[in-house]
Structure formats: structure tokens, C-alpha cells
Design a protein around this ligand. Structure first.
Ligand code: ADP
Ligand code: MG
Length: 391
């Protein structure tokens, strides 16, 4: 199996994106920007509970070549979308389909009082879509960063992330947390981003796997179960209801030491399961941070697997494909594994020793074949840079 870091071709992609912009619009762009997808190491379904997360950026990026225009027109084109150029009038009907993501960013900027007059944009992305690797946040952040520069808005990265989250929540209508956009905007190479989603305070935690003889494999199961969005909303509401029942602002306010007492106060079994996951998951983030700071990277493996068990049994957002990745990888000698992202399909991560990476990847692929599942895509995740202007 070829486990080279896939799709890490920003240099090449940057040139072709600017060229493609010329082909589409007939003139050159004002500049080209890139924003990555992400993998979440630990801290799942905590970001809408004011809790902790720990994503890192992938080498896979959305690249945008952009020209400013000031006539109230937004023109959008993507190398990954059918249907040619989408035109959106900023004072007209909202955009639909994929164009809602970038149009939502322009809407959020303008709604916050920033004078954005329009743009021509061509996108080219190597972030797999719908794989739980945040292609949507990459698309939003690359748009926001470009407009921030071209319109001299002076916004900081965490502010761009907030506006992009608002675009996705309100304009697109997906009730996601703040993790994905912050990861794409704020991650740095060789680090995982320890983020407090309540006050958005951040710490870059060194996460250099190669130096420790380790690798993190991403397994994109290539499945997305149809009910994922509805189930996400249900979990989110369930967490809010449980917080209300416990009299706290958010589940983050239930301390790990007070978990048993909190569970005893809840009558609803479903709420108990949600609370148990969120509270133990926040504690797992803290444990992973402590282990990484102590330079004991190998020891995070079991914590990842514990997180998967909690997502599978308590939060119930896993699926047979993700469970198969985790069980197969651990049986084949992985240090640990878990689903990553929202769940119901998408991707899983596996922490492995260099020497066993191929064997474990092959075992997962073979298990998928004999289970009758679609062949998964497996690649090595190298903690990479956040969003950047390329030219
Ligand atoms: P994820 O963020 O996990 O990849 P989402 O469902 O949140 O999954 O976002 C995927 C959607 O984002 C796609 O269906 C599409 O509408 C949009 N999208 C992402 N990247 C691109 C792209 N390069 N071109 C056009 N649309 C894109
Ligand atoms: Mg997304």
C-alpha cells in the first residue's frame, strides 16, 4: 500500500489554480490563498458544549484565486463542482448548493458591517469532501482570508473562524461547532491545536510524530450515512437539554470529578449517555495534552481508543465501517484508533509505529473487502500549516 502523504501539492496546485482562474474569467487574479482541511486528534462533539478539542491541519488544502470587484456581484467557480460559474448578487437571492458556503462567508462579513463589494473566485481543493476532514471549513476560511486581505478588513484569524461558523450555521443551515474553521485558520505545522471552544483561547502543542518513529493514518471510509445531519442535530439538542436539566450553561461546566453526581441527577438515560461522553471526552483532551507535553506520544494511543468506545457506546455516532477500522487496527498492533469528525461514516485515525504502518493499513483494507464494504482510502496525516496567502 502506498502511504505517502497524499495530495500535498500546494506549489503545483497554486500555479494551476491561478491559470484556471484566467481560463474561467479571462483575466488574472489579484492573489491566491490556501486553507487546509483538518483531522481531530481528540475532543469529539465537545465543540458545541463549550469544551476542548485538539485538531491539526492536513496537507490537503482548498486553494482560491481571487479578484476583487466592487459592483455587488460574487462569481464562484470550483474545479470540484459541476455547473460552471455561479453568480450571486449580494443584495439578491441567497446562493444554493456548494456556492452557499462561500456566499455565506461574504454574507457573514457584510452582516458584521464589513464592506465587501464582491469578488471573482476560482477554487481547487484536495480536501476530500464529506469525509469528515472539513472540506467545507477549508472552503470558507480560504474565502474569508482572501477577502480579509483584498478588502483590508484587519480581522484576526479567530474572528474569521467565528464569521465562517456563522456562515455555515445561519446561511448554509448546518449547526456545526467552531472547531473546523478555527483549525483551518489557526493550526501551525508540526503542532496540534489545543482549543478551548468557550473563550477560543489556543495553545499550539508540538506534535511531531515522525521524530518519535510514529505515524497517524487516516482512513476515509468513503461512506456517509444519510441520517448523519439529523442525528447531529439530535445530539446537539440532547446536550443542551441535559445542560439545562443540570442547571449549567454548557456540559463543559460539569467537572469530571462531579460526573457521577451529575449522572445521578438525570432521569433520562439518553441524556446520561450524552453527558458521560462529553465530560469524559473533555477529560481525554486534557490527558492527551499532558501526555504530549510530557513527550509521551505513544501513550495517547489507548486514550484515542477509549474515545472511540465512548463515541460508539455512549454518544452513538459511530457506524459499522468506523468500528471495523478501529477493531482491525488495534488487533493488528496499532497503538490506538478512533473515529474522527462528526461520525456516521467519514474518517477514522490510527496511531501506529512506523514499522507496522503498512501491515495495519493492509489489514484494514482486507477487512473492508471481506466485510463487503467499499475500499477505504488510507493516507498518512502530517500536521501541516494553517491558512496562508500563497501569492
Ligand atoms: P466535510 O466538511 O466533512 O468535507 P461537509 O458536508 O461539511 O463535509 O461539506 C462538504 C460540502 O462542502 C460539499 O458537499 C460541497 O458543497 C462543499 N465543498 C467542499 N469543497 C468544495 C469544493 N472544492 N468545491 C465545491 N464545493 C465544495
Ligand atoms: Mg464540514
Amino acid at each position: 500500500m502506498d502511504l505517502r502523504p497524499a495530495s500535498a501539492r500546494p506549489g503545483e496546485q497554486q500555479v494551476t489554480t491561478a491559470d484556471a482562474f484566467r481560463d474561467v474569467y479571462g483575466t488574472g487574479p489579484d492573489g491566491t490563498w490556501a486553507a487546509p482541511g483538518r483531522v481531530n486528534l481528540i475532543g469529539e462533539h465537545t465543540d458545541y458544549n463549550d469544551g476542548f478539542v485538539m485538531p491539526f491541519a492536513l496537507p490537503h488544502t482548498a486553494i482560491a484565486s481571487v479578484a476583487r470587484r466592487d459592483d455587488g456581484l460574487l462569481r464562484l467557480h470550483s474545479g470540484q463542482a459541476e455547473g460552471g460559474v455561479v453568480e450571486v448578487r449580494l443584495d439578491g437571492e441567497p446562493a444554493k448548493g456548494w456556492a452557499a458556503y462561500p456566499a455565506g462567508v461574504v454574507w457573514a462579513l457584510r452582516d458584521a458591517g464589513h464592506a465587501v463589494g464582491g469578488a471573482d473566485i476560482h477554487y481547487d481543493s484536495t480536501v476530500p469532501t464529506g469525509a469528515g476532514l472539513s472540506s467545507s471549513a477549508a472552503l470558507e476560511i480560504v474565502t474569508a482570508l482572501a477577502l480579509n486581505d483584498l478588502y483590508d478588513l484587519g480581522l484576526q484569524r479567530w474572528q474569521l473562524a467565528r464569521l465562517c461558523q456563522r456562515a455555515e450555521n445561519v446561511y448554509v443551515g448546518a449547526p456545526t461547532g467552531i472547531m473546523d474553521q478555527t483549525a483551518s485558520a489557526c493550526c501551525t505545522a508540526g503542532h496540534a491545536l489545543y482549543l478551548d471552544t468557550r473563550d477560543l483561547s489556543q495553545h499550539q502543542i508540538p506534535f511531531d510524530l515522525a521524530a518519535r518513529g510514529l505515524r497517524l493514518l487516516v482512513v476515509d471510509t468513503q461512506v456517509k450515512h444519510a441520517h448523519s445531519e439529523g442525528e447531529y442535530g439530535k445530539r446537539r439538542r440532547g446536550c443542551e437539554d441535559a445542560a439545562a436539566a443540570l442547571g449549567v450553561d454548557a456540559l463543559r461546566d460539569v467537572p469530571y470529578e462531579g460526573l457521577d453526581e451529575a449522572l445521578a441527577r438525570l432521569e433520562d438515560e439518553e441524556q446520561r449517555r450524552l453527558v458521560r461522553h462529553v465530560v469524559t471526552e473533555d477529560q481525554r483532551v486534557e490527558r492527551v495534552v499532558a501526555l504530549l507535553e510530557a513527550d509521551d506520544v505513544r501513550a495517547i494511543g489507548p486514550v484515542l481508543t477509549e474515545g472511540h468506545t465512548s463515541l460508539r457506546d455512549d454518544f452513538r455516532v459511530s457506524c459499522p465501517e468506523l468500528d471495523l477500522v478501529v477493531a482491525t487496527a488495534n488487533d493488528a498492533g496499532a497503538l490506538g484508533a478512533r473515529m474522527t469528525g462528526g461520525g456516521f461514516g467519514g474518517s477514522a485515525i490510527i496511531l501506529v509505529d512506523d514499522a507496522s504502518a503498512d501491515k495495519i493499513a493492509d489489514a484494514v483494507t482486507a477487512a473492508f473487502a471481506s466485510g463487503g464494504f467499499r475500499e477505504p482510502r488510507v493516507f498518512v496525516a502530517v500536521p501541516s500549516a494553517g491558512a496562508v496567502r500563497l501569492e
